[in-house]
Design a protein around this ligand. Sequence first.
Ligand code: NIG
Ligand code: FE
Length: 428
Amino acid sequence: MSGDNLLFVNAAQTVTCAGPARARRGSGMADAGVRSGVAVLVERGRITAVGDEASLRATHRDATIVDCAGGVLTPGFADSHTHAIFGRARYEEQELRATGVPYMEIARRGGGIHASVRDLRTRSEDELFALAEPRLRSLASSGVTTVEVKSGYGLSLDDEIKTLRVVRRLASALPMRIVPTWLGAHEIPLDYRERANGRREYLDLLIYEMLPIIAREHLARFADVFCEPGVFTVQESREILGAARSAGLGIKLHADELTAGGGAELAGELHATSADHLAAVSDEGIAALAAGGTVATLLPGTMLFLGKSSHAPARRMIEAGVPVALATDFNPGTSPTTNFPLVLTLGVSQLRMSVAEAFVAGTVNGAAALGVADRVGQLAAGFSADIALWDVSDVREIPYWYGAGRCRASWARGKPCHVHDLALTFRV
Ligand code: NIG
Ligand code: FE
């Protein structure tokens, strides 16, 4: 099947991110493995060589040539945190926050996550699929080839399962790699909040009704909890995540997004695969993440959109040996963007990461946050052919042209995910 083989040539730079196939920490994040004058060979969906262009051309004359025309090749991004399955947009909340109403107050008034829950419950699987598909294609057009998609706007047995079935359908319909996460513990539904014993009843619904079905039908690879004062407590999160782990799921937490509440400490204690947000993380939380080997997934787009001037302390985490990932948090309330390079921009400008650290955070460490770093996140022999081609001549331009759409094309497992401009592709 040599017709399936691709040889990427004529790139000004190739950002390989090559190195150990696991989360990178400390100085291990400082080198993105930028090379010049190399070609990338893809055979049957895998990268089989990254090396001298002339010799690969000579030995693989039957491969389809992809002429990068002086652009930059990078691994496709692994966006390890999205809430892409939702109904309508929530633009009205943006103005409310601008007048000084905080995010949590909007939720207390029945808006926020509750508004998306009311909306999603009225929609069919087909409708949710039709809404989500172009959103994921939009992510692919910004260089994302692996994406995590959470449930969490259903919050009932039927609506959470409906959401995860939509994710499963998307995974078979699109070339991207899609990792499903069950976030039944995104909020306590309003009717449960109003009942005397409602919190306990909702926990029981999560643990004894939803989780067994989700585990049995393999509808999710991870379980996640919004562990934050006002939402799920540390004790409740420990109970839900313990049950999820026993049922065979990996574990993640939304932790310390707005207030330091012990979420990062819990993530480290449980050796969670990732703890996400962490804008308000404590020093003890940072130490716990480092000790637990937990990836800190930082979501600077969320802080930007919420109008916060504070950001997660990325530098302190990197110095403490915590592996840091970057992701979009794409969702209708706090981060309605599918622009992954913009997150890199914020990583450099706001979190004070180097360009190399931001790339490692968006590729290898994003893959580690999804448990797929053994095959995703690097342009190196043996890795999945998940590749993005950029219309720039230096890797530093990708975060520099902020807000711009410079991704010319992306491939997952060697199949096109997005093609903006491949007029320069030809066969020799
Ligand atoms: O990651 N913080 C909790 N969940 C989402 C926001 C969800 C929403 O507001 O719809 C987040 O920011
Ligand atoms: Fe989130």
